[in-house]
Design a protein. Sequence first.
Length: 374
Amino acid sequence: MVAVTATYYSGYSSTTSSQTSATTASTSAATSAKTSTTSTSTSATSITLSDAAKAALAEKSFASVIADARSKLTKLLEDAGRKSPLQNGELALDMSSLDSREIYAIASDKSFSAEESEAAMLEMQRRFEAALAGPHSIAQVTGNYTGLYNAAAAFLDALGPEEKTSEDWKASRDAITEGLKQLQTDPKKLPSAGEDDPVATYIKLVETRGTLDQSMATLATNARTALDKRYEEIHATGRIPSFKPTSPSYVDLSGLSSRSLSAIVLDKEGQFTSQEVAAAKSQLRTKSSSVLMAGLKSASQSTDPTAFSQNVISAFSSLSAEERQAAGWSDQLYEAAVANYSTSNKLLEMFNQLSAGSSSSNTGSSFSFASLLG
């Protein structure tokens, strides 16, 4: 499981073997959707399609996914000035713009090179780690593993239909289900759900080798090449590149991942101009601010007084040290969130004790912390 081509559920290292059944499943869904469409158009009676049928109609065939993945990957490589998405066995290309079905297509279809497939597997692993980083940090603070297992379940459930046909995916999903079942009895005890448990594997790998991050130097080089190419395209039209959104020659950085933007902001090798750094910093602040605002909004809709603290802890831990530095998120933010969680949790316990005492002494009272929240 620690091999470079293996990730948190073994389906990632055996995607080729499951490709035939995945393609068949996709074809069957498309055929079923076509049949439903024909029946609807020829019948004299109005027919309302089920949600499943609508989804089948809207779903892109896997052949189209493969073609799109090829086209997008080629452009990403061209923009970065690379022939391979790997460098020294590590992921050297920002593949965050590809969706999960496209990443799976690259990892599984034989039309892609071995290096491209390996890069896709590493990207799968990187995404899984990113999805669990925040919930894992919360679990370390609260001692409750339920959120971590729920996050893993949500990640697996959001993958494409082809990927979910593999026996390995099913084994991993069953292990998560078993883990959640055990957590209902004791949420503060790490489940023992067998060797297919991707969460247990994730925890072991993070403890032994840390998180899987792309090289900032490599991402900076890619960004430099991409910016220079964009400048050439704009100059070819007779315009001057601009970082003003209203300009027809606007150099848009919003499509870059937070890590790529961070590489520009930190500019450790002096490759970028002050304008480029300022533009990247603005985009990064927009992204990071939206994360915090989403956390605040989510917390405001919760009756849990520790919700916002947990959201900040999750957001902070989901970023690499370089991303936090570039965004201006100091360790004090994390420490304040942890302290706020501890204080809020302690107050909640005190109010619950008061509520219990009030109920035992006066059965007519409905005093509780929840009532104080309105």
